[in-house]
Design a protein around this ligand. Structure first.
Ligand code: TXA
Ligand code: MG
Length: 314
C-alpha cells in the first residue's frame, strides 16, 4: 500500500529509480514518472490501464525548463505562459528529440504544463528530469482531487503519494494548441476561455468527439462515475426520490442523499467540490445519480463539459 506523506526526498528517491509517485497539483492529482524513462512511462500506462494512443502531459518547474523540451514557442503561447504559468494551462508545442515518442503517442506535439503547487514545484526544481503525469485515476474514471482518492484506486500499485491537501481548482488544466497562427482550445478546464481571450484575443474551441480524438479527455464518455449519471431539468427535483442521489448546483431539494456544489452559487467553489461529490455519490447506496447543468460561463463551461461527459453512454 502506498505511503501518504509530505517527504519530498522520499518522493525524489522513488522517481529516480523510475518508480511512480502521485503528486498534488492545483487542478487534480497526477501519476508522475520520469518523462525521459521508458520504464517509468510504461509503468504509467500500465498502472492507469490507459490506451497507448493517449499522450501524457509533461510537467516542468518553470518556463526555462521548456528550452530543452520544445523546438518552438509561438508568440501567443509565450504570452499565455507569461500570464498563466504556474497555473492550470497545458500548451501543445512542437516537441524536441529529448521527449520520447511514446510520451506523445507518436505526435510531433508535446503537452507541457507548469503546475501551481508549492510541494510539486519544489519536487520539480530538485529533479534532473521533467515529470510525465496523467491524472492519477484509472482511465475513464473521475480524476482524483485528494490523496485519499488516489490511495483508494491506485494505492496498491504505487509506493508513494505526496500529500499536498485537496486540489484548489479541482478541474483538469485547459489545453491549448496553435494551428496556422490561431489558438485552439482542445479541453475546457481550470483556466476559463474568458481569461485566455483577455490575453490573446479570440480562441477557437474544438472539443471534438471521435474515435481517435486529439485529446481523449475529449472522448464522449470520460470522467465518468460507475453509476448511471443523468442530467435532468430542475422541475424533476421537486419530488425527492429515495433511491436517487442528487448533485445540485446551488439549491437544497431535500433528497435524502444529495450534494450541493455551491450553496452560494460560486462556480470556483462548485469546481473544487465537483469530483469529490461525484465520487461520494458514486459510493453511496443509490441506484443512480441525477444532476443539473450550472451557469454556462467562466469555470461553469468546464464543469458542464465534465457533467455532460460523465452522463454520456459508455
Ligand atoms: O490538470 C491536468 O492537466 C492534470 C494534472 C495532473 O496536470 N493532468 C491531466 O492529464 O489531466 P491526463 O493525461 O489525464 O489528461 C491529459 C489530456 C489527455 O486527454 C491527452 O490526450 C491530452 O491531454 N494530451 C496530452 N498530450 C497531448 C498531445 N501531445 N497532443 C494532444 N493531446 C494531448
Ligand atoms: Mg485524465
Amino acid at each position: 500500500m502506498a505511503i501518504i506523506g509530505t517527504d519530498i526526498i522520499n518522493a525524489i528517491s522513488f522517481l529516480q529509480k523510475d518508480e511512480l509517485v502521485a503528486i498534488p497539483t492545483e487542478t487534480v492529482y497526477g501519476l508522475a514518472g520520469n518523462a525521459f524513462s521508458t520504464k517509468a512511462i510504461t509503468a504509467i500506462f500500465e498502472t492507469k490501464n490507459r490506451p497507448s494512443f493517449d499522450p501524457l502531459i509533461v510537467h516542468v518547474a518553470d518556463a526555462e525548463q521548456l528550452n530543452d523540451l520544445v523546438t518552438e514557442v509561438p508568440a501567443a503561447a509565450q504570452k499565455l505562459i507569461d500570464a498563466f504559468w504556474p497555473g492550470p494551462l497545458t500548451l501543445l508545442l512542437p516537441k524536441s528529440a529529448s521527449i520520447p515518442d511514446f510520451v506523445t503517442a507518436g505526435s510531433k506535439l508535446v503537452g507541457v504544463r507548469c503546475p501551481d503547487h508549492p510541494l510539486t514545484h519544489q519536487l520539480l526544481q530538485q529533479l534532473p528530469f521533467p515529470l510525465a503525469a496523467p491524472s492519477a485515476n484509472p482511465f475513464g474514471y473521475i480524476s482524483p482531487t485528494t490523496p485519499d482518492h488516489v490511495a483508494k484506486q491506485l494505492g496498491e500499485k504505487i509506493p508513494y503519494i505526496l500529500d499536498g491537501g485537496p486540489a484548489g481548482i479541482g478541474l483538469e488544466s485547459t489545453i491549448v494548441g496553435f494551428e496556422d497562427n490561431q489558438a485552439f482550445v482542445y479541453r475546457l478546464g481550470g483556466l476559463s476561455i474568458e481569461a485566455l481571450e483577455k490575453i490573446i484575443g479570440r480562441v477557437n474551441i474544438q472539443l471534438n468527439v471521435s474515435s481517435n480524438p486529439k485529446a481523449p479527455g475529449q472522448l464522449k464518455s470520460h470522467y465518468a462515475p460507475k453509476k448511471k449519471f443523468l442530467i435532468k431539468e430542475k422541475e424533476q427535483f421537486n419530488q425527492p426520490q429515495k433511491n436517487i442521489g442528487l448533485l445540485s448546483f446551488q439549491k437544497d431539494y431535500q433528497f435524502q442523499i444529495q450534494k450541493i456544489l455551491s450553496p452560494s452559487g460560486n462556480l470556483a467553489e462548485a469546481a473544487a467540490n465537483l469530483f469529490t461529490y461525484m465520487r461520494a455519490l458514486d459510493e453511496s447506496p443509490v441506484d443512480e445519480i441525477w444532476t443539473e447543468l450550472v451557469p454556462d460561463m467562466g469555470l461553469g463551461k468546464a464543469i458542464n463539459d465534465r457533467l455532460i461527459r460523465a452522463s454520456a453512454e459508455k
